[in-house]
Design a protein around this ligand. Structure first.
Ligand SMILES: Cc1cc2nc3c(=O)[nH]c(=O)nc-3n(C[C@H](O)[C@H](O)[C@H](O)COP(=O)(O)OP(=O)(O)OC[C@H]3O[C@@H](n4cnc5c(N)ncnc54)[C@H](O)[C@@H]3O)c2cc1C
Ligand code: FES
Length: 272
């Protein structure tokens, strides 16, 4: 597929996953790593970045949370509607074999982690899924079908435990003895996607526990190919579309902007 020109795909299926969250399924055989993203173009509307995942070869999916004008238009598209796709772009998650891993996802951030879970061969997968409440919960059934051990955290306790995903993560790492580094064994890696304040906490817990983590970052994206500079972070110009969106937790914690602010389409700061 072209990096600069969209290829038009027709929507094959629309799945209502949770309140305001839909998955659009497309037929397509191109290769991508879990954690990579595509630029999605609606003719006569706009183009925006979305993570891609799949449950089997021959298809790809995007899962969209309807929050603004573009995402509401995208989630109201019907089967057969044409959508332009450019990509895949960026760096994906590391795919491990025969390891013990924890996946931590919040909201639509669960989607790329499902794509990762599907590729973690012979791994023991603990999948922590978070949402504000039961009606916004996405991904539980997919994760269970993929053989993961699923734990749910909701803000209001309407499903699973009333706590944050990061509380469940800390508990797992503690149980494995990883928060006291002299005890060996336990979790080999943590992968996470979701709100940035959650990612910051995940990175800190993992750093304290001496467990490697990888996180999926989001910044304003226009070109997706490292040209326009709108996704750059800090003075170093860390380019999220090219060098990310997946980044090691320890590296993210060194970025000044991480967990503090992002920039809008004209470069103004927006605090988290
Ligand atoms: C790498 C990456 C992967 C993403 N994956 C998903 C996904 O799988 N599912 C999903 O629902 N959303 C995903 N997003 C967010 C998505 O691109 C849109 O920002 C979101 O759907 C809101 O767009 P909107 O126009 O409806 O809302 P708006 O009200 O216009 O925007 C809401 C917020 O979205 C952010 N945003 C707006 N435009 C962009 C842009 N061009 N690039 C980056 N951020 C922007 C801004 O922070 C803005 O404040 C991803 C973003 C990035 C950078
Ligand atoms: S989106 Fe243009 S440089 Fe990253």
């Amino acid at each position: 597929m072209s990096e600069t020109l969209p290829t038009v795909y027709e929507i094959q299926k629309v799945i209502a996953e949770a309140d305001g969250i839909k998955t659009l399924v497309f037929k397509g055989n191109f290769d991508f790593a879990p954690g990579q993203f595509v630029m999605v173009w609606l003719p006569r509307v706009e183009e925006k970045p979305y993570g891609i995942w799949r449950t089997k070869t021959g298809e790809f999916r995007i899962t969209v949370s309807a929050i603004g004008e573009f995402s509401k238009k995208l989630t109201s598209q019907k089967v057969g509607a044409p959508v332009g796709i450019r990509g895949p772009f960026g760096r994906g998650f590391s795919v491990l074999k025969k390891k013990k891993v924890v996946l931590v996802g919040g909201g639509f951030g669960v989607a790329p982690l499902l794509g990762l879970a599907e590729r973690l061969e012979h791994c023991e997968v603990n999948f922590i899924i978070g949402a504000r409440s039961k009606k916004f919960l996405f991904g539980e059934k997919y994760a269970a079908k993929m053989g993961a051990k699923v734990s749910i955290a909701t803000d209001d306790g309407s499903r699973g435990t009333q706590c944050f995903t990061t509380d469940l993560l800390a508990k797992i790492l503690e149980k494995q003895g990883k928060l006291t580094p002299q005890i060996s064994g336990g979790v080999d890696a943590v992968f996470s996607c979701g709100p940035e304040l959650m990612l910051q906490k995940v990175a800190q817990i993992c750093q304290d526990a001496k467990v490697p983590s990888e996180l999926s970052l989001e910044r304003m994206m226009k070109c997706g190919i490292g040209v326009c500079g709108s996704c750059a972070m800090d003075d170093s110009g860390f380019c999220v579309c090219r060098e990310g969106p997946i980044i090691e937790g320890e590296r993210a914690l060194k970025l000044v902007e991480f967990g503090k602010y992002r920039r809008d389409s004209v470069g103004e700061r927006i605090e988290f």
